[in-house]
Design a protein around this ligand. Structure first.
Ligand code: PLP
Length: 359
């Protein structure tokens, strides 16, 4: 039997619409900057993809290599001459791109951004750039973006939103810039986008041949971009996924704490904290039982560390005990039952070491 994929937040399975669009673009070939007929055919695919992404999110679209680059481009362009404020649970892509003096804003116990702390920070000092992720990649917790955007507007701050995980849902550009990644939506890896409010000046992070109106140099990765555009318009059954996710959470039984369970969350994501258990032990045991999950963030090349997200949410010594279960867009209907069977075996083995899990 095929393994059960519960690691969609690392990468979503390729959607058939995206596969078709990739193949069409590969067959067309060409460089969108060439002036001859072949180049013009490639340009048509590129501009159609741009229109599809713009129609879905609003704003102008600059294509990049993925979510990390789109976030880095926004911070590179918007952070000079502004002080940067970022949430404590931001992804490493944003944290690494922030300047050294950036201020880190706390989150509440449920994982949402502390709005009182944001307001106090905005009131106090020169114009800011606020970085707030739409949905957290580990917990799925959705930040209150309309309140954050209103506070930014009231205090003359710019707002950059990392929407890499939330783009599956209908998110409209709430601030000035928004980052996307194709492979988190069911497109291929290799393409992402920065969506920006018109009028925002964007100095390139990568200069070069003037592509993307001088805002991102380098020949566009046309097949991956076409796949991204097909994926953003593909249907996403959030209600079905939420029901399956809730049933998976119920199958965990007692002894597991779902981080951010009381906050609005992505419909496909659960971060189960198993106090006293090392997350990597569970990841390996579930893999052997045919279920693929990850320990918190999966972006660190197989390394499992304490989760800065759980630390920021106050989980203290249990910050290394979070198992992320994230259902793909095509999760089978028997996902909860298959997970329950695998989990019961794993739990029985773990409970000899950690009795609370046996209850
Ligand atoms: N932002 C978030 C919230 C993510 O989850 C990820 C990847 O996990 C990224 C940014 C980086 O995206 P990419 O892998 O496309 O570079």
């Amino acid at each position: 039997m095929m393994p059960l994929d519960l690691d969609a937040n690392a990468t979503e399975p390729l959607r058939p619409e995206a596969r078709e669009a990739v193949l069409r673009a590969l067959e067309t070939g060409g460089n969108p900057s060439s002036v001859h007929g072949g180049g013009r055919a490639a340009r048509r695919i590129l501009e159609e993809a741009r229109r599809a992404v713009a129609a879905r999110f609003g704003g102008e679209v600059v294509f990049a290599s993925g979510g990390t680059e789109a976030n880095a481009l926004a911070l590179h362009a918007l952070s000079p001459s502004r002080r940067v404020l970022l949430g404590a649970t931001e992804h490493a892509a944003v944290r690494a791109a922030a300047p050294p003096g950036a201020a880190v804003l706390p989150v509440l116990r449920d994982g949402t951004l502390d709005l009182a702390a944001l307001e106090a920070a905005l009131r106090d000092g020169p114009p800011a750039l606020v970085c707030a992720m739409a949905a957290n990649n580990e917990t799925g917790v959705l930040h209150p973006l309309s309140e954050i955007a209103a506070l930014c507007r009231a205090h003359g701050a710019l707002l950059h939103v990392d929407a890499v995980q939330a783009a599956r849902l209908s998110v409209e550009l709430p601030g000035d810039t928004l980052a996307l990644s194709g492979h988190k939506l069911g497109g291929p890896s290799g393409a992402g986008a920065l969506v920006l409010r018109s009028g925002i000046a964007l100095s390139p992070l990568i200069a070069g041949g003037g592509q993307e109106q001088g805002r991102r140099g380098g020949t566009e990765a046309l097949p991956a971009i076409a796949g991204l555009a097909a994926a953003v318009t593909a249907p996403y059954d959030a209600a079905r996924l939420a029901a399956l996710r809730d049933a998976v959470e119920a199958a965990l039984g007692e002894g597991a704490v779902i981080a951010g369970q009381d906050a609005p969350r992505l419909p496909n994501t659960a971060l189960a904290v198993l106090p006293g258990v090392a997350a990597e032990t569970v990841v390996i045991a579930l893999d052997l039982a045919g279920v693929r999950v990850s320990a918190g963030a999966a972006c660190s090349s197989g390394k499992v560390a304490r989760s800065h997200v759980l630390e920021a949410m106050g989980f203290g010594e249990d910050a290394g005990s979070g198992i992320r279960l994230s259902l793909p867009w095509n999760a089978p209907d028997d996902t909860p039952e298959r997970f329950r069977r695998a989990w019961e075996g794993v739990r029985a083995r773990l409970s000899s070491r950690r009795p609370a899990l046996a209850t």
